[in-house]
Design a protein around this ligand. Structure first.
Ligand SMILES: Cc1cc2nc3c(=O)[nH]c(=O)nc-3n(C[C@H](O)[C@H](O)[C@H](O)COP(=O)(O)OP(=O)(O)OC[C@H]3O[C@@H](n4cnc5c(N)ncnc54)[C@H](O)[C@@H]3O)c2cc1C
Length: 590
């Protein structure tokens, strides 16, 4: 519990006093007090102290219900330090003196989709990503589910973008040369009473514009999904739910953007912005300072920090961790649809509830959990979260947790309004935000990209004539995956290029040829994780036990680096720590 209010005042710039009073009353009623409330240009600012992170988040949620544009939650939690951006080790002047019509900050699925969408226009475009690859953060730490759009609150941006994005992904995947499947999702009813909610669910799906839904009775569910739990009373079937590989999609979007002239700069962290006359004039990075026509904030869990750099922090993000367990690919044969049973929710109001997702590669993903937890990049997995996930496994009677091959966590960047922010800045003339992109952000990404790109084009048009880019290429030429070829085609490929016949990852049947393609691609894979994201080498049952040394050798050979300098995910994550015996190693480390 918090102490009683200490201070209640209103900034000179706002006109929200009645709403501030109402917010204070609500917070006090719920035991949240000791908070200073002010209004700044439509946003409600919370300052003071909360005794725990959970209380800070709760106060933010309550404040978000009081009718302000957004909530900036600056409550301090004793013992919990403010997180700061870790700037990459790389420092050079690569970007000094450069100019781009549009600079996109963030190489997740949203930033990469925006960059590709912008590449349709005759603009100079640069995407800056602080990590050594794209899809390092939330965009590679999710279910890969292209949600149908049912779960989002009707009228929200999430609902609108999800449904539009769902329709866009299938043709987009064809252009990008990546797999897309539409298994459909079954929301199982745990009781006859719960099944009575069907008309309400149908009404919500209708309001959100979801593409199709049906009621399946218990018998139909059992016949379509033979391994389903007996503890079900029918289901709400949503046929439009799809799946794809989120990291492959993000890499492919970036490569497609590059094919159409976008410059992607990795290890480039935006650390500041310099404004003149209400516009971002210069973007400051560890790789130099560049001038910008328009800046797009697609910085995921750091989007509020990036907004602050431009003096436009009108919202703040809180983090919701999600943990997932991956079951062996053999588990996938026992399940056709995505399965969930909402009574299993831990935090009912803030998540779609998790379940069993059959991934596009055929593994079953169990999860995710949803836990409010500080740490914008805290990817630790905790026993209690894994135990919580066991409940979902019973939805499919053929599964057991002993089929788990690994587990991971991701962090959702959430606003207190629990909705996306997709808009031109009200304060900075040449800034566009794609922020608070929590789930269903992957599903929504292509639709978000369409709108953000058109906002940016409109802004650029004020100082430059903008037209379609001549010769824009929609199709991304992919590289061959021998495991998906007929024996005949495989043999012919291997005859021409023997490297496709040398299998490096036995679990996933990944050949040396595919690893070479990844290393020498438009967006080269320079770490073990980057190779994994592009080829799946190391993602199988043994999880790299067999292929890791082999992939390291190929990477070292092709990039002409010593073996001991090969990293898991960039500088500081070298896999070798030193020779096991005295004297120089084969790898050449002294
Ligand atoms: C467990 C879990 C499961 C999920 N499941 C689904 C699902 O099934 N379907 C779905 O639709 N959504 C799902 N989501 C949500 C989805 O993953 C996200 O909405 C989406 O990935 C967000 O993409 P993004 O590009 O905005 O963020 P990110 O992928 O985090 O990308 C932002 C990038 O910006 C970079 N960056 C940040 N600051 C800077 C800076 N200062 N300079 C340069 N670069 C910077 C970061 O390094 C990062 O790479 C899930 C999320 C979680 C956590």
């Amino acid at each position: 519990m918090l102490v009683l209010p200490r201070k209640l005042h209103q900034s000179q710039r706002g006109d929200g006093e009645p709403r501030i009073r109402s917010a204070a009353a609500r917070l006090a009623r719920l035991g949240c007090s000791g908070i200073e409330l002010t209004e700044d240009r439509g946003s409600l600012i919370l300052e003071g102290t909360a005794v725990s992170y959970q209380e800070k988040v709760t106060a933010g949620w309550i404040a978000a219900k009081t009718g302000f544009k957004a909530v900036v939650n600056d409550l301090c939690v004793p013992g919990l330090p403010e997180e700061t951006l870790a700037v990459p080790q790389v420092t050079d002047s690569l970007l000094d003196g450069t100019y781009y019509d549009v600079i996109v900050i963030g190489g997740g699925v949203v930033g990469c989709a925006i960059a590709r969408e912008l590449s349709r226009w005759n603009l100079s475009i640069m995407l800056l990503e602080k990590e050594g690859d794209v899809a390092v953060h939330t965009s590679s730490r999710n279910d890969g589910m292209i949600h149908d759009g049912f779960a989002a609150r009707p009228g929200s941006k999430k609902a609108e973008y999800n449904v539009r994005g769902n329709r866009l992904w299938e043709p987009l995947c064809k252009e990008l040369g990546i797999d897309f499947k539409r298994p459909g999702s079954l929301i199982l009813f745990h009781s006859a009473l719960a099944a009575g909610a069907y008309p309400l669910m149908a009404e919500r799906a209708r309001r959100n514009g979801v593409d199709g839904w049906e009621f399946w009775n218990r018998t139909r569910v059992a016949s379509e999904e033979p391994s389903v739990t007996e503890d079900q009373h029918g289901a709400f079937f949503l046929p439009s739910a799809g799946v794809l590989s989120p990291y492959k999609a993000t890499v492919a979007l970036a490569e497609s953007a590059m094919l159409n002239g976008v410059r992607v700069v990795l290890d480039a962290c935006v650390a500041g912005m310099e404004l003149e006359a209400g516009r971002v004039e210069r973007v400051v990075t560890n790789r130099g300072t560049c001038r910008a026509g328009v800046v797009i904030n697609a910085a995921g869990n750091w989007a509020d920090v990036v907004a602050a750099m431009a003096g436009d922090r009108f919202f703040s993000l809180h983090q919701r961790r999600g943990t997932e367990v991956i079951l062996d690919a053999a588990s996938g044969a026992s399940q056709r649809h995505i399965l969930g049973m909402p009574r299993l929710l831990q935090i009912k109001a803030k998540t779609k509830g998790g379940g069993l997702v059959k991934t596009v590669e055929g593994n079953i993903l169990v999860g995710p959990t949803a836990t409010e937890s500080p740490g914008r990049e805290d990817y630790a997995t905790r026993p209690q979260e894994l135990r919580e996930l066991e409940k979902h496994v019973h939805l499919n009677t053929s599964l057991s947790m002993s089929q788990a091959i690994t587990y991971f966590s991701g962090v959702r960047p959430c606003t207190y309004e629990e909705d996306f922010i997709i808009e031109k800045s009200e304060r900075v003339a040449n800034l566009v935000h794609a922020a608070g992109i929590q789930s269903p952000g992957l599903a929504s990404a292509p639709a978000i990209a369409e709108d953000v790109a058109s906002m940016a084009v409109e802004l650029v048009s004020a100082f430059k004539s903008v037209g379609p880019r001549p010769g824009w290429k929609s199709m991304l030429p992919g590289s061959p995956e021998p495991r998906h070829l007929s024996l005949e085609n495989r043999a012919s490929l291997i005859e021409q290029h023997p490297a496709y016949g040398r299998i490096v990852c036995r679990c996933e049947e990944v050949s040396e040829g595919e690893i070479l393609d990844a290393i020498h691609s438009g967006l080269p894979a320079t770490s073990m994780d980057a190779i994994k994201r592009r080829t799946r080498a190391g993602m199988g049952r043994c999880h790299g036990g067999f292929c890791t040394p082999r992939v390291m050798e190929i990477l070292a050979r092709e990039t002409k680096t010593p073996l001991w300098a090969v990293t898991k995910k960039g500088p500081g994550s070298e896999l070798c720590i030193g020779p096991t015996k005295a004297g120089p190693t084969k790898a050449g480390r002294p």
